[in-house]
Write a protein that binds this ligand. Sequence first.
Ligand code: FAD
Length: 390
Amino acid sequence: MTKHYDVIVIGAGSMGMAAGYYLARQGVNVLLVDAFDPPHDQGSHYGETRIIRHAYGEGREYVPLALRSQVLWNELEKKTHHKIFMQSGAIGFGQKGNAPFIDEAIESAKEYNLNVERLNGAELKDRFPGLTVPDDYDAFYEPDSGFLFSENCIQAYRELAEFHGAELSMNDPVQTIEAYDHSVKVITKKGSFTGDKLILSAGSWNGKLASNVGLNLPLVPSRQPVAWFEANEALFNANAFPTFMVEVPNGHSRAIYYGFPSFGGCGVKVGRHEYIDAIDPDTMNRNFGSSENDEGHIREFLDRFMPEASGELKKGVICMYTRTPDDHFIIDKHPEHSHISIAAGFAGHGFKFASVVGEILSQLAISGETDHDISLFRINRPSLSMKAKN
Ligand SMILES: Cc1cc2nc3c(=O)[nH]c(=O)nc-3n(C[C@H](O)[C@H](O)[C@H](O)COP(=O)(O)OP(=O)(O)OC[C@H]3O[C@@H](n4cnc5c(N)ncnc54)[C@H](O)[C@@H]3O)c2cc1C
């Protein structure tokens, strides 16, 4: 017999698991379906940690959401035995006059009166002696930010969602979705379920699944290497060194590198924001090192800016971003089926918002509205040039 739910969440990863928790906590009868068994190493949340920063280079509109997320992460930390947040602080730096990402982060801090200190390259080196930064660089330091233990976050939401009565169907890929006027039917590998409402939050697979409900979303998944390196622990441990975002001139453009201090001897973790290498999530090469750039780009960055963190490669993994044409998320109701919500395109900076996105998705599912400003993430904004599928 097909079981019926108030809400079905397809994709119980970063965004979906949080949504499941906020729904179950309010007494909603919710089913979470996932192709794997989150947290896992197949999607976008793998690799232990994610930066949370409040001053925002991708656009100051994100600041209120980052602040609300932080409140919700702190709440989660109190409700679970899992470690959720490490307040290591966060820095950002780039060449003065040639670093729009850093400039926007600094402006966002001014606009929202964030606890952010402005430094030049020389002051930054004094504060964090592991850095080699030209004096003409511009920098900022946010003491209240740090990093999240992403897999713990999902595990904690999962346990709490189940505690509040959510049902889970794991290792159960969704094959088809049928949308009706006031309900949905979800057909999975293991069976079928019906629901009054649906949340589609399937990460890099959203593009494929959204076509089931008549949407042709311009989502591009990409392959993202990230690696851990042996470092001078005195200089780079999480009590002495913050997370970092660095904007580096790169030909006519700029490259952004990001990373984390070492904790428990894990080494310094570094990645490069890059949106080349569009892939199919079902066939992507998941072997770190299969391209020489996997380590090469990061190694060049470390040699130049953090030579004492450029030790032996300890570990490398491959993860996925999913990008939209204008680099902003999609968080909205389906234009023709208002009982379906979509959360997609979280690129390389979405995890920190998973808590507030979960809250937003729960509000959209329950009342059709949210008290957060999500106008930037509208599904029908012109910069997405979304075409409805015939
Ligand atoms: C290397 C790397 C570093 C990053 N660093 C940061 C950072 O420092 N700070 C930050 O804020 N963000 C960061 N991000 C971005 C962030 O991790 C992602 O934006 C976020 O995890 C996306 O969440 P999601 O819920 O969309 O995807 P996921 O967490 O991948 O969840 C999607 C879920 O959908 C499931 N699914 C897929 N297909 C189906 C199906 N057919 N049926 C059922 N379930 C299905 C998947 O199994 C998965 O569990 C980083 C990402 C990467 C890859």
